[in-house]
Design a protein around this ligand. Structure first.
Ligand code: IMP
Length: 401
């Protein structure tokens, strides 16, 4: 069985926890895109693990992890995360393999990320983890891959070249290389060629862990306010390095919407209303600590994301956060130039749409009949079943319907 878990909004849908849960039914969790811009928080009663680069596999149950060639690797973050997880479950590091063909995020990429942001007229609000510059370097063919560090002299030449291409002083190259090698040596034993990883994994039950989400996908999302990869399901083949046939694409959405960074957000709320939802949901970025922008569930965008990601199963998260609110606003359509649209075919001019709300009766508890009624309504509106519900902060709070 091959399954993908994809975020259907602007990230932070609670994918990490869901992936950990789903990993129990698979052999290995594969990360195929993004880098340490991701922050997948997984909460167990005794531990909280924030995965930036490591796949959110349930290592307590011995589930394997693979970081594919499509991932941008910040070696310092990777080493720290491996040490952390190994401290929680001894030997967990041995469950991990990393593609030698993955790109390396350098300190220069992070510096450049911040510099480009500061010069933009319309900021993206990136995480400043060097993601855009790293993938740009990959496309420019000035990037370094993990395998290059096996030949430090050649890698140093390439690093100098990449700095010069960006008009940067290359005298920092030796020091940068020294640091990279130091971290690399700590993970070298876990690196493998993509083909050998594919050979050992292709017949296994694989779970592909999407990072960010459909609306942040570089092609399908709210361009230019997106990340730098195909983080939707379309990125899986390239990011894993093998054309997998997926049995299921499970889309995860929150019962409301959040966004970190800039860009259009039709159902955004402001002031005290936003503050209350942010506090209830603990809506602060796991990677940057930034307060997330908050708003109500947006069905036209959700329908778009479901369709364009090819999603054929749904998981709803954080409905418990809305418990106790008397009437829950749900955006069921957009008004555009006086006409109503339940779906959108593109994401242009989202700033100009007027959300049309229905107010659904709230519930006191997610175990109540009233909550079931809300779910039925959502399923009717989406014309699709919600297969999984996350009813609380822990992995064990996920239930199948
Ligand atoms: P970048 O990926 O750091 O270049 O940031 C591009 C956009 O994607 C910004 O709006 C970020 O806030 C957003 N972003 C990147 N990673 C995540 C994530 O894991 N969750 C939510 N938003 C993200």
């Amino acid at each position: 069985m091959k399954t993908a878990v994809i975020g259907l909004q602007w990230g932070d849908e609670g994918k990490g926890k869901f992936v950990t849960y789903m990993s129990r039914f698979h052999d290995c969790v594969v990360r195929y895109s993004g880098g340490s811009n991701a922050g997948h928080t997984v909460t167990f009663p005794d531990y909280k693990i924030v995965h930036h680069l490591l796949p959110s596999a349930d290592v307590f149950k011995g589930k394997r992890m693979y970081i594919g060639p499509g991932v941008a690797i910040d070696l310092e973050v990777l080493v720290k995360e491996i040490e952390e997880i190994d401290g929680i479950v001894q030997g967990a590091r041995n469950l991990l393999r990393i593609s030698k063909q993955a790109q390396i995020v350098t300190s220069f990429h992070k510096k450049l990320d911040a510099k480009i942001e500061s010069r933009r007229i319309h900021r993206i609000g990136t995480t400043r983890k060097g993601i855009g510059p790293c993938y740009a370097g990959k496309a420019f063919r000035t990037g370094l891959r993990l395998e290059d560090l096996e030949y430090p002299d050649m890698a140093l030449k390439r690093l100098k070249e990449s700095l010069l291409v960006w008009n940067e002083d290359d005298s920092i190259a030796e020091k940068m290389m020294e640091e990279m090698i130091e971290y690399y040596l700590k993970v070298e034993d876990l690196t493998v060629d993509s083909l050998s990883a594919v050979r050992s994994l292709r017949d296994k039950d694989l779970l592909f862990e999407g990072t960010q989400a459909v609306l942040l996908d570089i092609d399908a999302g709210t361009y230019p306010f997106v990340t730098s990869t195909n983080c939707s399901s379309t990125g899986i083949h390239a990011g894993f390095g093998f054309p997998v046939a997926l049995d299921r694409i499970l889309g995860v959405f929150k019962a409301y919407t959040t966004r970190v960074g800039e860009g259009p957000f039709p159902t955004e709320i402001y002031g005290d209303e936003a503050h209350e939802l942010r506090q209830r949901g603990g809506e602060y970025g796991a990677t940057t600590g930034r307060p997330r922008r908050c708003g109500w569930l947006d069905l036209p965008l959700l329908r778009y994301a479901i369709e364009i990601s090819g999603c054929n199963g749904l998981a709803m998260t954080k409905a418990d956060i809305l418990s106790g609110i008397e009437k829950i606003p749900v955006c069921v359509a957009y008004k555009i130039n006086g006409s109503l649209y339940e779906c959108v075919e593109h994401l242009r001019n989202l700033e100009a749409v007027e959300p049309v709300y229905e107010y659904v009766d709230g519930w006191k508890s997610v175990e109540s009949k009233q909550f079931e009624k809300f779910l039925f309504k959502i399923e009717k509106w989406l014309n699709a079943g919600v297969n999984y519900i996350s009813k609380g902060p822990y992995v064990e709070d996920i239930t199948i319907r």
